[in-house]
Design a protein. Structure first.
Length: 117
């Protein structure tokens, strides 16, 4: 079984920064922790950023230039550095990982990010 443990969320003023972490534990063979999604109240879950095992990154247009995703393969951990935060970034942020052989996705429990104006 795979567990994804997220941390780093919280309350911050607009213009501030937060760093989210997602660590995979348990049976992690063939598991790639690959990115972050977010879901605001009343809205669908949306992609924030992804990173491949080789380090290739993708970002939602709304966060380009402000957010940076990175990974530490030895620690099986993915990070999301969020700068210049806006009230529109307020959401629950979810980490996701994919099982290589059947593309099954795992999800973390979510961490709340609240940006006040």
């Amino acid at each position: 079984q795979v567990q994804l443990v997220e941390s780093g969320g919280g309350l911050v003023q607009a213009g501030g920064s937060l760093r989210l972490s997602c660590a995979a534990s348990g049976i992690t063979f063939g598991i790639n922790v690959r990115g972050w999604y977010r879901q605001a109240p009343g809205r669908q879950r949306e992609l924030v950023a992804t990173i491949s095992s080789g380090g290739t990154t993708t970002y939602a247009d709304s966060v380009k230039g402000r957010f940076t995703i990175s990974r530490d393969n030895a620690k099986r951990t993915v990070y999301l550095q969020m700068n210049s935060l806006r009230p529109g970034d307020t959401a629950v942020y979810y980490c996701t990982a994919r099982r290589a052989w059947d593309q099954y996705d795992y999800w973390g429990q979510g961490t709340q990010v609240t940006v006040s104006s």
